[in-house]
Design a protein around this ligand. Structure first.
Ligand code: PHB
Length: 393
């Protein structure tokens, strides 16, 4: 081999290794501590599971997940972390985020730096209007609470709304009230409780005194859901004949074992239940248990992140690891999956928000454990109702 040939081969080998060493950096911000700090790991585990399952499709591109703890609903912290990830770590994408105030605080950074941001949980409708570089793979509270109100109006005459006093709570209150009253129901009262450590007994007593047929609650999943169940039962609202309903956040799958029998019969509307018997969900739950242990089960936070990772993998594949922000957003807007664990889903190219089914579910005992059993599909391809209503205005 002459020298020239050897040098050419060496150069080729080098460029090949450079190409295969292409790395996509994801700045992943979620809650590992503070209020509902147990939810962050569901999000991270779901992203890691999807990336592992699809590693071979990435053509040698490496994905680096740079994880950061926003410590719960803490917009200043989230903004600071996002800034650092963009400026210092030069991430190609931002992703994660349980809480609405954090997502809102990060929006200007996504816009100014042109860094696409995949929202994997935060569910206040308005969020995605705050930056053209945002896409959401989770849900909006309007998607669950509006059909919940419509359905409840067919069964109950009077209702009461109790929500955590922040964005998704306000959305749930407004959406439920609209759905319920359009269907002929009457909302007797609405109460907004502090996000952290409310005096549950006092609020539950107020509801009990109003004697509604049905109490609709939204709280930000996690341990707060179990606190609601406990206080609902301790104050005797169930015995007073008040029916507890809500978006699926109040019967979040991972808390069911902590709730006990008081959760039995609670009716909710949501896009995801770990107990759903769709083959794609059975495969997802089985893969989760194989990866993280037989006693572990995914929840709605996990499915939002799992499908979010699918968008990211698609963008990497189509651009061979060299991500252009505008091209990435175009790929996100065209994304769809007829076979997500939650059923057929797509991104609405107009709003960058998820289109998905919504199911009516009831907590039942299945094989000795509590489960959100899907009873009925209330909507098959529901766009965020709030954005649809804004268009009509
Ligand atoms: C939110 O902050 O948007 C949020 C948090 C927890 C939930 C739902 C929405 O269960």
């Amino acid at each position: 081999m002459n020298l020239f040939k050897a040098a050419a081969i060496a150069a080729l080998a080098m460029s090949a290794s450079v190409a295969s060493a292409q790395t996509v950096k994801i700045g992943f911000i979620t809650s590992y501590s503070g209020l509902n700090g147990n939810l962050g790991p569901y999000m991270e585990r779901a992203v890691r599971l999807y990336l592992k399952q699809h590693e071979k499709e990435l053509g040698g591109v490496k994905v680096e997940l740079i994880t950061r703890d926003d410590t719960g609903p803490n917009p200043d912290k989230a903004r600071q972390l996002a800034q650092e990830l963009v400026v210092r770590d030069k991430v190609n994408l931002l992703a994660g985020v349980i809480f609405t105030p954090n997502a809102m605080a990060m929006a200007p950074i996504a816009t100014e730096a042109k860094v696409p941001f995949v929202i994997m949980n935060a569910g206040t409708a308005v969020i995605t209007t705050r930056s053209p570089y945002m896409v959401r793979t989770s849900f909006t509270l309007w998607q669950s609470s509006y059909p919940l109100g419509q359905w409840a109006a067919k069964k109950y005459k009077t209702g009461y709304s109790l929500v955590s006093d922040f964005g998704p709570g306000h959305d749930s209150e407004e959406a439920f009230t609209k759905g319920f009253e359009e269907g002929g129901g009457k909302v007797l009262g609405k109460v907004r409780v502090p996000l952290q450590n409310p005096d549950w007994a006092a609020y539950m007593q107020r509801v009990k005194d109003a004697k509604p047929d049905v109490l609709k609650v939204f709280i930000p999943a996690g341990k707060t859901a179990t606190a609601v169940m406990k206080n609902f039962s301790d104050l005797g609202l169930d015995k007073a004949g008040i029916k507890l309903i809500g978006p699926g956040d109040i019967t979040t799958d991972e808390e069911l074992p902590n709730m006990g029998d008081v959760a039995l019969g609670v009716l909710t509307v949501h896009h995801y239940s770990a107990a759903a018997d769709r083959p794609a969900n059975k495969a997802f739950v089985a893969a989760w248990k194989k990866e993280y242990g037989a006693g572990e089960t995914p929840n709605f936070v996990a499915v939002g992140a799992y499908d979010g990772a699918a968008l990211i993998v698609e963008a990497i594949k189509q651009q061979r690891g060299k991500l252009d922000p505008d091209k990435t957003m175009e790929i996100f807007k065209q994304w769809k999956n007829p076979n997500s664990p939650r059923g057929p889903i797509a991104i609405d190219p107009e709003t960058r928000d998820i289109i998905q089914p919504e199911y009516l579910r009831e907590v039942r005992r299945v094989g000795g454990a509590l489960a959100n059993v899907e009873l009925e599909t209330l909507a098959t391809a529901l766009k965020d109702p709030w954005k649809e209503l804004q268009k009509k205005k």
